[in-house]
Every structure is written in structure tokens, then in C-alpha cells.
Design a protein around this ligand. Structure first.
Ligand code: ATP
Ligand code: MG
Length: 137
């Protein structure tokens, strides 16, 4: 069984979409193994998005992800990493088909509602950042 990190980003929390998004994840059959509402600081945001540190949008990305409370969750299931990415839809909401979270609720590439780890390796790194005491049992 796999684990992945889901972030329900501050735009989705502001819009009252937490229940909708968690509900889609649960209805798919994935399991919530850890769950927390928190506002992350600059340091955690920079470490989480370290792979994008040299990109022109990095400062905006860090400002956005720290702009208010987000929901972080550890999601478990068979092929959880890929399954969650499929539920989310592509980064650019214009390309995300209806039926996906970004396709149904998103308009912008910046405020795109959710994050899901992009590989099993990223998932392990990101889960350790957000839930340092998480044990996969
Ligand atoms: P995330 O990592 O947040 O789950 P993702 O894996 O779909 O999203 P990445 O390529 O990892 O996409 O980009 C991380 C985040 O950086 C995106 O979610 C988006 O908010 C922002 N981003 C990516 N590309 C751009 C861009 N061209 N302009 C502005 N922001 C961007
Ligand atoms: Mg990513």
C-alpha cells in the first residue's frame, strides 16, 4: 500500500471546499491516515517547494501557500500517488477535465486548490516534512 501527501491549499480552504475535496478522496476508496489544518511558515513552504526554488514564480508560490490555513493529509491506498494526481487533474486548470478537482473548481495555475505528491519518493519526503511523527505501520 502507498502513501501520499495531499494539501488542500489556502484558496480551497477560503472557498469552503475542504469537505468536497476530502469527500472525493474518500469516495474513491482512499483512506485518510493523518489530517491537520494549519498555516505553514516561510521555511516549511520553501522546503516543500525546494524543486521550484529557481523558477520565476517561486516567490509568488511561497506567498500564496503561506497566505492562510491549509489542510494537510496523509492519504493511503493502492497506487495512492497516481490515483490522487488523477483525481486532482493537471496543474493548469484549463487542461484539467471536468470531473477532476481542478477541472471542476479551478481557473488559475497559481490558485489551483490542491497539491498531491508527484512520486513515491516525493511523497516520503513531503510526508516527513508535514507529519514528522507519521508511521506507515
Ligand atoms: P503541486 O506541486 O502544487 O501539486 P503540480 O505538481 O501540479 O502542483 P508543479 O509543477 O509541481 O505542479 O508546480 C507547483 C506549483 O507551482 C503549482 O501547483 C502552481 O501553483 C505553481 N506553478 C507551476 N507552474 C507555474 C507557472 N508557470 N506559473 C505560476 N505558477 C506555477
Ligand atoms: Mg508538484
Amino acid at each position: 500500500v502507498e502513501h501520499t501527501l495531499l494539501l488542500i491549499k489556502p484558496d480551497a480552504v477560503r472557498r469552503g471546499l475542504v469537505g468536497e475535496i476530502l469527500s472525493r478522496v474518500e469516495r474513491k476508496g482512499l483512506r485518510i491516515r493523518a489530517l491537520e489544518l494549519r498555516t505553514i511558515d516561510d521555511d516549511l513552504a520553501r522546503r516543500h517547494y525546494a524543486e521550484h526554488a529557481a523558477k520565476p514564480f517561486f516567490a509568488d508560490l511561497v506567498a500564496f501557500i503561506t497566505s492562510g490555513p491549509l489542510v494537510a493529509a496523509v492519504i493511503e491506498g493502492p497506487r495512492a500517488v497516481e490515483t490522487l494526481r488523477t483525481l486532482m487533474g493537471s496543474t493548469d486548470p484549463v487542461a484539467a477535465p471536468p470531473g477532476t478537482i481542478r477541472g471542476d473548481f479551478g481557473l488559475l495555475v497559481t490558485e489551483n486548490l490542491v497539491h498531491g505528491s508527484d512520486s513515491v519518493t516525493s511523497a516520503a519526503r513531503e510526508i516527513a516534512l508535514f507529519f514528522p511523527h507519521f508511521a506507515a505501520d
